[in-house]
Design a protein around this ligand. Structure first.
Ligand SMILES: *[C@@H]1O[C@H](CO)[C@@H](O)[C@H](O)[C@H]1NC(C)=O
Ligand SMILES: *[C@@H]1O[C@H](CO)[C@@H](O)[C@H](O)[C@H]1NC(C)=O
Length: 264
């Protein structure tokens, strides 16, 4: 707030509130991956009705006029009987991640409906043994981030572990050595158990949730074989945190001492 003039701040605030308002006002449809989705629009239109990708009026998907309806792009349908009744809905036969986004319906070139298509996040449970690799499918080619929530700790150690943009992969230093480009996390230990969320970074949309349990399904032999793995990794973090806390505490003490001396 100090670095920008109040008028400018006000303007920025207004613009961001306004655009958030517009986007949140757009009705949305959420379906399961590969289900069909119906984007609703009921308006009277006696002329040419066209569905297109939002802000790309030339990217026509399907259209109707008084005589018939046509699918311009495969997988997008309008029904003529419904059009005559004022139901201008568009049916997307196979909703996949590439079809997520905003769509516009117009009547003789005038925007009458905007609808957002969302895909329900996928959910996968994985049970693997210590030492094996965890492979996370990123599902979409767009930039994603992978967020890890450790099992059994309330938000203590959750956070982004990797960001993947095209072929470039950026991981937290702790994970750098263990993750390959396919987002394979090698040599897991029981402390890697938890929830891994693959997020579409740009749209802040959850794509895939992996609930991961590392341990042997049949009993405790494997855990007994590697009792040190868990404790080693568990101990590494507290030592580091402890050191940081000591440094911060010392800094606070020094600052306090300086302040007290100055006052005297
Ligand atoms: C509108 O048409 C779609 C098919 O295009 C249909 O699924 C939907 O039920 C119709 N809605 C109404 C209100 O009739
Ligand atoms: C992970 O933890 C954060 C808070 O630390 C929480 O907001 C988020 O919903 C959690 N995600 C999952 C998938 O549990």
């Amino acid at each position: 707030m100090q670095s920008c003039s109040s008028a400018l701040c006000m303007l920025i605030l207004l613009i961001s509130a306004f655009s958030a308002e517009i986007l949140s006002a757009v009705p949305s449809v959420k379906v399961k991956l590969h289900d069909s989705a119906t984007l609703s629009c009921s308006e009277r239109c006696s002329g040419l009705v066209r569905w297109s990708v939002f802000h790309k009026p030339t990217d026509v998907l399907a259209e109707c006029d008084q005589t018939s309806c046509r699918s311009v792009k495969e997988g997008y349908q309008m029904i003529h009987d419904q059009y005559l009744k004022g139901n201008l809905s568009l049916t997307i036969t196979d909703a996949d991640f590439t079809k997520r986004g905003w769509y516009t319906c117009d009547c003789d070139g005038e925007d009458i409906c905007d609808v957002q298509l969302l895909i329900e996040p996928l959910s996968t449970s994985v049970r693997i043994h210590p030492g094996e690799s965890l492979v996370l499918d990123l599902d979409i080619p767009e930039e994603v981030e992978v967020i890890y929530n450790r099992t059994g700790s309330a938000g203590l150690s959750s956070g982004q572990i990797c960001a993947v943009d095209g072929r470039s992969l950026q991981c937290d230093p702790e994970y750098k050595q263990r993750v390959s480009a396919a987002l394979e996390l090698r040599a897991v230990t029981p402390s890697d158990s938890g929830v891994y969320t693959v997020m579409d970074k740009k749209n802040e949309e959850v794509i895939h949730i992996y609930t991961v349990t590392v341990g042997s399904a049949g009993g405790s032999e494997l855990n007994d074989d590697h009792p040190d793995l868990d404790t080693d990794r568990g101990a590494a973090v507290p030592v580091w945190v402890f050191a940081l806390m000591v440094v911060v505490l010392l800094a606070v003490v020094v600052v306090l001492v300086v302040i007290v001396r100055q006052r005297r």
